[in-house]
Design a protein around this ligand. Sequence first.
Ligand SMILES: Cc1ncc(C[n+]2csc(CCOP(=O)(O)OP(=O)(O)O)c2C)c(N)n1
Ligand SMILES: [Mg+2]
Length: 319
Amino acid sequence: MQIPHEKLIEMYRTMVRIRIFEERVSKEFAAGNIPGFVHVYIGEEAIATGACANLRQDDYITSTHRGHGHLIAKGGRPDRMMAELFGRKTGYCQGKGGSMHIADTGLGILGANGIVGGGIPIAGGAALSAQMRGTDQAVICFLGDGASNRGTFHEGVNMASCWNLPVVYVIENNLYAEKTRITDTARVANLADRATAYGIPDVTVDGNDVIAVYEAVHEALARARKGSGPTLVECKTYRWHGHYEGDRQTYKPKEEAEDWQRRDPIPAFRRKLVETRIFTPADSEKIEREVAEEIESAVKFARESPFPNPEETLQDVFA
Ligand SMILES: Cc1ncc(C[n+]2csc(CCOP(=O)(O)OP(=O)(O)O)c2C)c(N)n1
Ligand SMILES: [Mg+2]
């Protein structure tokens, strides 16, 4: 598949943006500037990037508790997200939601979700709405390996299959759900094998290879848009940090972590782009510098923004 050079370079920028954003979040969390729980996406950048590079602005995504990468890849604003993490009024939820509630419906980002597997029924609903309105919009539903063991997965994928809904399910198999290895909770060789039970196509790819993810999701989206129903895409990857920031990760073998860090998706993609003369090392350094400045100003924006007033606590509560 021929991917335009500008798109490849933009994908590189997105991966770098996610990495630098998350490294900064980790640092600011350790410094006590971010309240609550934070789950970072470091090591998994190729998945959100490769998948979302196929989307239009009017397509939808549903995200997870590890959602910063999905938001950035779908075009969400790093400054408003950073402000939300800092609990500030300029944040996506006026500082009252935090990391796991960020959404931007204008960009089709239907929300991060603190409920594991919670995005799966939402993705089905959005896809049903697109189908009923007769559009060719599609939905990418991101979920973890752990979420693929939940009832919402089995019910949601089965229903989407029966109704030919335009959803692409992207399983980010980072080998762990909190501290539990996926091999202790699933006997299938590939989680994508579960697609057989619902009569839909599946594909398993190296989730650290952004091009492989892009191509798999490209094909799945084409099927979805023409009314041929959902696809299950499993992306194998690794979570570099703990489940949450502050998790000491005593349960992970050292060699396993080192092995996956050698397969860092960002330098691998950089090498490929340099070797194929799509950009030069100087171009890549320029992108890294620009993104670092962008994230620096996102932090400044967050830090200088006011906290919400206590009187606003119940504003925006709909019940
Ligand atoms: C319904 C529900 N059950 C349990 C939890 C607690 N919990 C939060 S994240 C998590 C693990 C999720 O693992 P996975 O789906 O693999 O995503 P990852 O964290 O690896 O990205 C669990 C069990 C929750 N938030 N919601
Ligand atoms: Mg996982």
